[in-house]
Structures are given as C-alpha cells and as structure tokens.
Write a protein that binds this ligand. Structure first.
Ligand SMILES: Cc1ncc(COP(=O)(O)OP(=O)(O)O)c(N)n1
Ligand SMILES: Cc1ncsc1CCOP(=O)(O)O
Length: 548
C-alpha cells in the first residue's frame, strides 16, 4: 500500500555540505526527501571531497553565497521545514541563526542534525561554543547522537564552571548510560533548546537502539533491535531529513519521529540485503555499501516500539532506579501478557452513549458492542451516581451478548464486573493496567497516530481505537482529523489487533471507513441525534456492509 499522492509536493530546505560519495550530507538529504515525495531545495554550506572511507578536503562556501541561496529561495516560497546539517564555520552559523530569527510566524520547523565530524573520518565544522549555544536556541529540534550530545552538553557544563570559577575548564559531559543521556538532554533543554532527539545507534550499553525525544514536558523513547556491524553511512542525515519530510507532509512531530525511525530501518534493511546479494553473486569487489531507497514505510515490522515516559514521574535523574531500559522495560513485560480478545469477531457499529437509559434503548437492536461514556465536565455527577449508572449498565448487558465498555472509570468497571474498559492516552499514565487485566476485563485504548499506536500495541489490548477520522462536534480535539488514507495505514499497522474507527462518522461515510478494514465503527451523534436511533443503527450497519 503506497501513500496517497498529493497534488503538489511540500517543500523542505536542506542546509548542509555536499558529500562527493553520495553517502551522506546534502546529497543524501535530497535523495531521502525525493524518496518520501517531498521537494528538497539546497543551501550548500561546504563542498567536501569524500569517499566512503576517507575525507581528503572540505571547503566552506562564501557567506555571500549562503545568503544568496537563502534569499533566492525565500523570494519564491518558504518551506514547511528546514533541515540543517554541517555548518562550516561561525560566520555561517551566525548568518543562519539570524536568518532563522527573522522568519515570520508561523515559521517552518527547523531541525538541526549537529554534524561535527563525518563518519568517513574528517572534521566538517569548527563552531565556537557561543554560536552553538545560539543555534541550539533558535532551532526547534536538535538530533545528536550520544557523542554529539556529550559535546553539546559539555559546552553548557563547561560554561557553568567557567562562570563559577572564572577559569577555563576541560571538563566534558560524559554520556555512558541512559541516566547520562537524560541528564545531558535536560541540560540542553534547561539551556534553551526546545527539543532534543538523542539517537541511540552509538549507545552500545543499550540492548536495543533507543532514540529518546525530550522536551521540557515530555520524554518519549523509540526502540529498535540493535543493528551490529552496519557499514551504512549517512543514517543520521537520512533520519533528520525524513523527520523534516514527514513534518512537511503534515504529521505531528511524534509521528514524524516514529515514521523517520521506521524509514531508516527500511533503508538499512534494503541496503544491506542488496549488499549481501552482491557479495553472493560475486559482483562486490570492496565496493562500499550504498543506501537504497525505501519509500514511505508501510511494513509493520519496521516500526519502533514507542514508550511515553510521563513527565514528572522521572523528572529527577535520581528517579531512575535502573539506569538501563527504564525506557522499554515495562512495555516488554506487558507484551507477554495480552488482554483477553473480544468475544465477538463480527464487525459492527459501536455506539458510544452517556447513560444506562441509552443502553437500554439500544439493546433491542442486537448491538454487540457498546460504550458508556460519562464525562463529569458534561454532567457533574458524583461518584456514587456514576457508580450506580455503571452498575445498571452492567446489569442490563449481563444476560445479553453485548460487550459493554466503560470509559475512564476503570476501578468502578472492575468493581461492577463490566466486560471491558476504554482508556485514553493520558489515562495510561494513571490507570492500573495490570489490575484491569488481572480482573479479566478487556481493554480498548484511544490513539491519534503512529506514535500512540506503537505505544499501545505493546500493551496488547483487546482493541485499538483510531481517531478522530473526520471533524466532530462531540468533542474538542487537539489534533487534526486523520482522514481515510491514514486510517488505512493505521489499520494495517495494528496487525491482528481489532480496530475501532471513531470521529465524525455518519451513514454517508461509513462505507469508506469500513473499506479500510477497521473492525468496528464507533459513533455518537449518528445515533444519539438521529430521529430514530434504532433505524439509524440498522442503516449504519447496512451502509458499512456489516449486514446484508
Ligand atoms: C471507541 C472509542 N474511541 C475513542 C474514544 C475516545 O476516548 P478518550 O480518548 O478517552 O476520550 P474521551 O472519550 O474520554 O473523551 C472513545 N471514548 N471510544
Ligand atoms: C469520543 C470521541 N473520541 C474521538 S472522536 C469522539 C466523538 C465522536 O463523536 P461523533 O461520532 O458524534 O463524531
């Protein structure tokens, strides 16, 4: 399944150096963008003479030429994203920082891959502490590996010491474990960086390769099985360009990080398999491994495990008891203990209602899955009344085959023996997931894109809800509607786990939704605001093709 074509490609600017081997730098950025259906423009900062194994020289572009490249592009159209790679010197860095600061709001998202050295063993840039500090503060996302993170954080640690003792210090930040990663990343954030993605490829102490994304309020880990002995160069350039490409295509930053991680995994896989193929056929004579194109990632096995670490829960570095695998330990444990599957495998319309009366009203339709969703901010009920309502809903459905899910109130759902619980993303930080599973209740969880789906898959829930598909008046949504094309990808990504599509679905839209393969279609107003809710339920079932 390929990604839908848009009428015109989004634009990303790449600022960086050319690598004559095509393995990295702006050469690789442009190939990555083209592979992902994004038009790349180039602002060349330096030209390097490089092969896959050595760099013999590198020459900086004149400042006037950097300025002119920027100006001529800006006069035509501003991009949705700017990816910055190697910057040759302080003067270039200052021009770029000033240019970025002058961009009017809403400005493009700026991603800086802080390439200080080339993997073919040569220095590409020689930036002073002050310009690095300035750059860190003007960009939106910086993507260091652990060596680069140590150098960047060292700058701030050095200057704290410089300020305190008024002496020059050689002290460097050390990054030798996950605790150091967090400490160094938080140093950058506390010094004004907006967000940091620390790449785990060089973090040999990690069992998996874990990229960790930090903002002042979030920490999200993306893990892949570690690749040992990779000869592929330019993966950092590819990853940062892919992030820029996905943001330019309208994905949220955390989905862009998830997709870019999967993209690089695919490039690695196709590149190494064609490389080993060439060795088998004898066509390889000390030929370097070159990156192959991989396109939009659609294969489930390329996607990372995603773990959201609640901000605050680990905000003190000492809060991490085990320095390793804080990031994915719980997720791996849970994957081995799946939730019970749904009892009905038949696809169907899934009404979401706010009272036991509605459940009573709809049961005669033969509805097989229903949700009681009581929102306290809508009706200020006290806990005792909510408890009674849940108890009544459970009693109504007990002797039927209808699967009753209780939204949010998982303790009451357990207490009253409901069939299942439906939770949102925030609830996952607070609910006792193990208690729900041990009590034998099913679990459904809401998601709003790639990162959350990958997070939730690790819980092995009974279903994954995907939303919101279309604009809805029922709930204020902070995210954009997903649309049918993305829904198709999400259903595929969920693999064998049943899916529920929700948000703005009515009788005219449910056929297209059902065609994506979503197992269930959840609706609120298409039933609750219909003149005849029974008839509406049957029409939706029919239009979706769930019944003859
Ligand atoms: C089937 C289904 N899907 C999504 C939701 C939304 O749940 P959540 O994100 O917890 O938001 P609220 O419903 O609590 O507003 C749902 N209820 N059911
Ligand atoms: C609870 C919820 N979660 C995502 S969209 C939504 C509301 C869906 O209501 P409607 O079917 O009326 O658009």
């Amino acid at each position: 399944m390929s990604e839908p074509e848009k009428a015109c490609s989004p634009i990303v600017w790449c600022v960086g150096g050319s690598d004559s081997s095509g393995g990295a730098g702006i050469t690789r950025d442009l190939a990555t963008l083209a592979d992902l259906g994004v038009h790349g423009c180039a602002i060349v900062t330096l030209v390097s003479a490089q092969s896959h194994y050595a760099m013999t020289s590198s020459k900086a572009m004149q400042l006037s030429l950097i300025n002119e490249q920027w100006q001529v592009l800006a006069a035509e159209a501003l991009p949705l994203c700017i990816k910055i790679g190697a910057i040759a010197n302080d003067a270039q860095a200052k021009v770029l920082s000033t240019r970025i600061e002058m961009l009017s709001v809403p400005r493009p998202l700026i991603v800086w891959d802080p390439v200080l050295f080339s993997s073919s063993k040569g220095a590409l840039s020689n930036l002073s502490k002050d310009v690095i500090k300035q750059l860190l503060r003007v960009v939106d996302l910086v993507t260091p590996n652990t060596h680069e993170l140590a150098s960047l954080a060292g700058i701030f640690i050095d200057s704290e010491i410089d300020n305190a003792f008024e002496t020059k210090s050689e002290i460097k930040s050390e990054v030798k474990n996950n605790r150091d990663v967090r400490h160094a990343a938080k140093t950058l954030i506390n010094s004004g960086a907006k967000s940091v993605l620390v790449k785990g490829g060089h973090a040999r102490w990690q069992h998996n390769a874990t990229d960790t994304y930090f903002t002042d309020s979030e920490e999200i880990a993306f893990s892949q099985p570690r690749v040992h002995h990779s000869e592929l160069r330019g993966t950092g350039c590819m990853q940062a360009s892919a992030i820029a490409a996905f943001v330019a295509k309208g994905y949220s930053i955390i989905d862009a990080l998830t997709l870019a991680n999967a993209y690089v995994k695919n490039v690695r896989d196709v590149s190494s398999s064609s490389y080993s193929q060439s060795s088998l056929t004898g066509s390889r004579q000390s030929v370097p491994q070159v990156p192959r194109l991989a396109g939009f990632p659609t294969n489930r096995d390329a996607f990372p495990t995603v773990a959201f670490i609640k901000s605050g829960a680990f905000n003190s570095v000492d809060g991490c008891k085990t320095e390793s695998d804080v990031f994915d330990k719980h997720h791996n444990e849970r994957r081995e203990k799946p939730f019970l599957p749904l009892s009905h495998t038949k696809r169907g319309i899934y009404p979401v209602v706010d009272s036991a009366d509605w459940i009573e009203k709809l049961l005669p339709t033969g509805v097989e899955t229903i949700q009681l969703r009581i929102k306290e901010d809508i009706s200020p009920w006290d806990k005792a009344r909510i408890s009674k309502e849940i108890q009544r809903a459970v009693a109504l459905t007990k002797s039927t085959s209808c699967q009753l899910f209780i939204n949010d109130h998982w303790q009451l759902a357990i207490e009253h023996g409901a069939y299942g619980v439906h939770l949102g993303q925030e609830d996952l930080f607070t609910a006792d997931i193990d208690a729900i599973r041990k009590a034998g209740l099913r679990l459904g969880v809401s998601t709003h894109g790639y990162a959350e789906i990958q997070r939730v898959k690790s819980l092995a829930p009974s279903y994954i809800a995907l939303g919101h598909i279309f604009a809805t008046k029922t709930k204020d949504m902070p995210s954009q509607p997903q649309g049918i094309d993305r829904l198709k990808h999400y259903v595929d990504l969920c693999g064998g786990i049943p899916t529920v599509a929700i948000g703005g679905i009515n009788k005219n839209r449910c056929k297209a939704v059902a065609d994506t393969g979503a197992t269930h279609i959840a609706v609120v107003t298409a039933i609750t605001e219909a003149p005849c809710p029974h008839a509406a339920y049957h029409t939706l079932q029919k239009e979706a093709g769930f019944v003859e």
